[in-house]
Design a protein around this ligand. Sequence first.
Ligand code: FAD
Ligand code: NAP
Length: 538
Amino acid sequence: MAEATNTTKTADFDAIVVGGGFAGIYMVHRLRNLMGMTVRAYEAGSGIGGTWFWNRYPGARCDIQSMEYSYQFSEELQQEWEWSERFATQPEILKYANHVAERFDLMKDIQLNTPVASTIYDDATALWTVTTASGEVKTARFVVMATGCLSSANLPNIKGRDSFKGDTYHTGKWPHEGVDFTGKRVAVIGTGSSAIQSIPLIAQQAKHLTVFQRTASFTVPAHNQPLDPEFVRDFKSRYKEIRTHNWQQPFGQDFGSFGESALKISETERNDIYEKQWQKGGLSFMGTFDDLMFDRVANETAAEFIRTKIRGIVQDPAVADALAPRQIVGCKRLCVDTGFYDTFNRPNVTLVPLDNNPLEEITATGVRTGKGLVEVDVVVFATGFDAMTGAVSKIDVRGTGGRTLQDKWAEGPKTYLGLATAGFPNMFFVTGPGSPSVLSNMLPSIEQHVEWIAECIDHVSTHQGRTIEALPESEETWVHHVNDVAHTTLYPNCNSWYLGANVPGKVRVFMPYIGVNTYVDKCRDVVAKGYEGFRIAR
Ligand code: FAD
Ligand code: NAP
């Protein structure tokens, strides 16, 4: 149990956690059940689960295999939970999140339906005052932002958007009761991962589906299947070994590289290997060769392989050409699908590419491009998220001297290790900008952050520290390092949400840190050196 300090006595809680996704619920477990702290988590939604609570669109499922997209902090939990499919569906993942909350008795400290409006630091007392949207005010010594990287829906401000008389939905805020598209003319705007998962299923129901595509995405087949009990048994018997191995991988999972360079072998050999990965399915396609994200020529071999696949699946050559992405594969997050390209062979599906035909407006009855109005009954916005900073930026966060986080991050988010930001003592971020987060299997990354934060809070408390705060110089160095690493790769070369390029007016900075393995070592090293780069005030 963390030793109480004078300030703790005057606070309502030792810690307040904002968010009840996988990060928030594990933070509650760690601080309360394992450290004996008083904790309150506030969750805006009417249930826990975060991503898996909000994204209930048809086809929503994980694209990291379920056996690995799960917590590892409890061996019992890991052994007892049974996933049914290689890539679990949204309802199954949500059930898992609720099982965890129940198993570890977490709900009593999680307050649902409670958006946090502000978190304000008081220099005199070194306490945070957290105010909810309904006006509840509580104080805490520590605040943990577990608000999610992909939790703030991006609803583009398309001219006439609100004049549409039919139904509109955003994939990231899907109605709990589901949507019946039977007999409806449907427009889907966007062709990222959410669109790619939902389009095949919407097309099966709708009278007609029109897909508005601004940028074609690369997608590889999931080859999802029920899990074989023998595979599960073997996996569970080797969990520790598999998880340990994953921490040593740049993306926190084993993609099983076939070689250093795509360019050192013949075209035939290379395409055989791509084919093998294509048949295997999933994100490991990007791990085929080590230089795919470092060398444009190497990358183009993978891109062209996928384009050839598209031409082989989509019967209309003009549609196939429009669906074939021109950019670097992997530069925007690779999508994983079940029947996406086949869907465009259906007579009730039309693709409207927007590259030379911009989306002009939404009218009362449909979506208008330069080529005319497409009349629809329903518009689905599969337009993504204000990623990594969106949710936190909606909260009025004020640190020392009353400085707002919005002001501090006006030129782009600045953090030390994605965990803390100078001028905001005793505040932590789970998978914040500057951490591997979205360029990793996020559940292990969340656990690594939660455990680091918990250990840090324990250290500060047991050493009679009043506050811990990132030093401005360590933050500057880290931000440059994140940027330098990104620029050794091809990642910054397209308009991705990793860069904030999907949100008009957002500062263009590459936000995730590339390299789970080096990152985890760095975090350990910081602790071993007595929280190097942080200042602990007594
Ligand atoms: P979230 O799950 O986003 O939870 C954050 C919570 O904070 C939300 O419930 C939100 O309501 C709450 N919140 C935010 N602001 C406030 C506020 N002001 N007050 C109160 N509450 C607030 N990652 C993978 O690694 N593999 C995958 O296969 C994968 N699939 C994904 C599929 C989809 C459709 C999406 C959108 C993301 C996917 N991700 C995947 C990323 C996913 O977001 C993470 O894996 C993980 O679920 C994030 O958990 P979290 O707790 O950090 O954030
Ligand atoms: P996304 O990848 O950002 O895709 C949004 C789509 O909407 C893009 O095609 C984008 O086009 C388009 N768009 C945005 N604004 C538009 C506008 N004004 N006009 C026309 N088109 C517009 O969002 P997402 O699909 O929700 O996925 C976000 C992330 O969540 C993923 O990358 C992934 O990390 C995660 N996710 C994972 C899964 C999974 O398989 N497990 C599923 C869903 C989501 P541009 O490309 O031109 O911007």
